[in-house]
Write a protein that binds this ligand. Structure first.
Ligand code: NAP
Ligand code: ZN
Length: 346
């Protein structure tokens, strides 16, 4: 066992506090990673505040992890000490179900082991990346391309793959009109990725306050959803809408923006159910879909795509004692565009 510094949530209502946690010994198929940086995802906040159900506290979150391999188990073949690596939202899966066998560990039918808040094989609750070290089975470790610095790589491990996967699956590319709802951590990467794929990208944000940024990230158009005229102007326009909003939206308004056979994909994960008016789906034979992170192979593909296209998140580096302030800013939609914790300050 290794005792390491971490930041943990003591309950749903208290600020995160410094603590120590134990990491298991590096098993035969494991690598021990010295974490350099960890991104703050809105999912971290949803989970620690109990939005998604009961939590066993204290809980360390963080599933955007970038660091260096410092020890490998005896059976490890993919990694060596010194390798630059990443870990995203999952650290294991059953490896036996239909979806795992098809290479979709993110859709494991027995429930994959999440990087935090899951019951691990040894019965303990997994603890996430707001810590200095983590031990992970090598099959769930990603290789960071040399071109991507550690701190920029971290947010790609969740925000990057969660937007890349639906964009790739629904064929964002030349000739396709793609709208991204919400210009936060996921949203700003969705804009950069969709633009790099060749799609015609529009941002739908609450206000026009981040318009210059959105256009700089590659969007051609930018509209405020607080202006009712937006929904008339853009009716029947998009092939694909990626909704990254962390709060409930009036979906029918957004579904009305889809053209014939268009799809709206929800990646935002609000606590509340989202009602749909089915008649809006009948018009234009529209689809409403969801998407959860991406497989390990697709995550590697996304990292390589980002390296090839020079895509990196816009980050604000913080020390560990600023995590609670960062949470408040994320909750106020005042994030530009991902907070990343410097693990050396833990
Ligand atoms: P974030 O950085 O907070 O971005 C969310 C954006 O949504 C905000 O910046 C804001 O953009 C917009 N927004 C927030 N509240 C709103 C409201 N009440 N009405 C309208 N728009 C609002 O969050 P994130 O880290 O990108 O995560 C976004 C969501 O995706 C979270 O729910 C998270 O749990 C979920 N998620 C899902 C997966 C998956 O696998 N499906 C993976 C990761 C995260 P504007 O200021 O531009 O309006
Ligand atoms: Zn996340």
């Amino acid at each position: 066992m290794l005792t390491v510094p971490a930041y943990a949530a003591p309950s749903a209502t208290e600020p995160l506090v410094p603590t120590t946690i134990q990491r298991r010994d590096t098993g035969a198929n494991d690598v021990l990673i010295a974490i350099r940086y960890a991104g703050i995802c809105h999912s971290d906040i949803h989970l620690v505040r109990g939005d998604w159900g009961p939590v066993t506290y204290p809980q360390v979150v963080g599933h955007e992890i970038a660091g260096e391999v410092v020890e490998v188990g005896s059976n490890v073949t993919k990694f060596e000490v010194g390798d630059r690596v990443g870990v995203g939202c999952m650290v294991n899966s059953c490896r036996e179900c239909e979806n795992c066998l098809a290479g979709f560990e993110n859709y494991c039918l027995n429930g994959n082991t999440q990087t935090y808040g899951s019951v691990d094989r040894d019965g303990t609750i997994t603890q996430g990346g707001y810590s200095t070290h983590v031990v992970v089975n090598e099959d769930f470790v990603l290789r960071l391309p040399e071109e991507i610095p550690y701190e920029a790589a971290a947010p790609l491990l969740c925000a990057g793959i969660t937007t890349y996967s639906p964009l790739a699956h629904w064929n964002a590319g030349p000739g396709k009109k793609v709208a991204v709802v919400g210009l936060g951590g996921l949203g700003h990467l969705a804009v950069k990725l969709a633009a790099a794929m060749g799609a015609d990208v529009t941002v739908l944000s609450q206000t026009l306050s981040k318009k210059e940024d959105g256009l700089r990230f590659g969007a051609k158009d930018y509209y405020a959803t607080s202006d009712p005229a937006t929904f008339d102007q853009l009716a029947n326009r998009f092939d694909l809408i990626i909704n990254t909003v962390s709060a409930p939206l009036d979906l029918s308004k957004y579904l009305g923006l889809l053209r014939l056979d268009g799809t709206m994909v929800n990646v935002g994960a609000p606590a509340e159910p989202l009602p749909i008016t089915v008649f809006t789906l009948f018009g234009n034979r529209r689809s409403f879909a969801g998407s959860g992170i991406g497989s390990i192979a697709e995550t590697q593909e996304m990292l390589d795509f980002c390296a090839a296209h020079g895509i990196a998140p816009e980050i604000e580096l913080i020390s560990a004692d600023a995590i609670n302030d960062a949470y408040e800013r994320v909750l106020r939609s005042d994030v530009r565009y991902r907070f990343v914790i410097d693990a050396s300050t833990l």
